[in-house]
Design a protein around this ligand. Structure first.
Ligand code: IPE
Ligand code: IPE
Ligand code: MG
Length: 247
């Protein structure tokens, strides 16, 4: 089903994986069970993305605001990410997946950062799906860090402030070198970005699915891709059909 040549398959899909807690609550289970089930959905998402020939898959795993959750839940979420890397890295590597991590790397305690770096280093040379894990990620934080770096460059005389372009700003973001997402999916029925890829989402198609993240799999992915394929992306211009009529 490799659809590298299939029209309307997005090159980059980004997902706000939401609803683990509600999935568990509906079943009278602790939230942590929802998070554990969510890891299985991550595996399905990676597999289906690969099948479709999607080149980049970004998953919002932990936001810079998620630290405000109870300590036990934060620790659960970090534990799951740690276990996911430990258990799945070899398999992902074998599947030619290249892992990249975005988010703030400063002040992270323990072994989580070394593990993420190991995942990046191990898979750096792979040429299949690029799996981007957004961890300790917040778009406002990312933009603030970028602004700080640009200010440092100006201060050092490497760049004149009046010469700063969109490209300079984009080049200081964690996503430098990665094309902007074509499609952003959010599960759980919430219709907001929650500080995810605010700059990069400028022309992304947003698809909000009612299902909870632990139920995500081929069916929900297909549904989002169908909705995406039916959208008319104009990027501020006119659609092709309009151009045909006018022109
Ligand atoms: C998504 O599920 C997981 C993370 C945000 C890390 P939630 O934990 O946000 O689940 P809900 O939104 O409470 O249902
Ligand atoms: C967004 O979900 C963050 C992740 C999916 C990692 P949240 O559940 O944290 O977002 P809000 O709080 O409902 O906006
Ligand atoms: Mg949530």
């Amino acid at each position: 089903m490799n659809s590298g040549s299939t029209p309307n398959v997005p090159k980059h899909v980004a997902i706000i994986m939401d609803g683990n807690g509600r999935w568990a609550k509906e079943r009278g289970l602790p939230r942590t069970v929802g998070h554990t089930k969510g890891v299985e959905a991550v595996r399905r998402a990676v597999e289906v993305a690969g099948d479709y020939g999607i080149r980049y898959l970004t998953l919002f795993a932990f936001s810079s605001e998620n630290w405000s959750r109870p300590e036990a839940e934060v620790s659960d979420l970090l534990g799951l990410l740690r276990r996911f890397i430990r258990r799945d890295l070899a398999e992902l590597h074998k599947s030619n997946v290249r892992i990249k991590v975005i988010g703030d790397r400063e002040n992270l305690k323990g072994d989580i950062l070394p593990l993420l770096i190991e995942a990046e280093d191990t898979t750096r040379g792979n040429s299949g799906l690029t799996l981007i894990i957004a961890f300790n990620y917040g778009a406002r934080d990312e933009l603030t860090r970028a602004a700080r770096r640009l200010a440092n460059m100006v201060e050092a005389g490497e760049l004149a402030s009046q010469d700063i372009t969109e490209h300079h700003l984009a080049s200081q973001l964690d996503t430098f070198g990665i094309p902007d997402p074509d499609l952003i999916i959010r599960t759980s029925g919430e219709e907001r970005l929650s500080n995810f890829l605010l700059w990069q989402a400028a022309y992304a198609e947003l698809v909000f699915l009612p299902g909870y993240w632990p139920d995500f799999g081929r069916e929900m992915f297909d549904e989002a891709l169908r909705i995406f394929a039916a959208r008319d992306r104009r990027f501020g211009g006119l659609s092709e059909s309009t151009t045909a009529v006018v022109g």
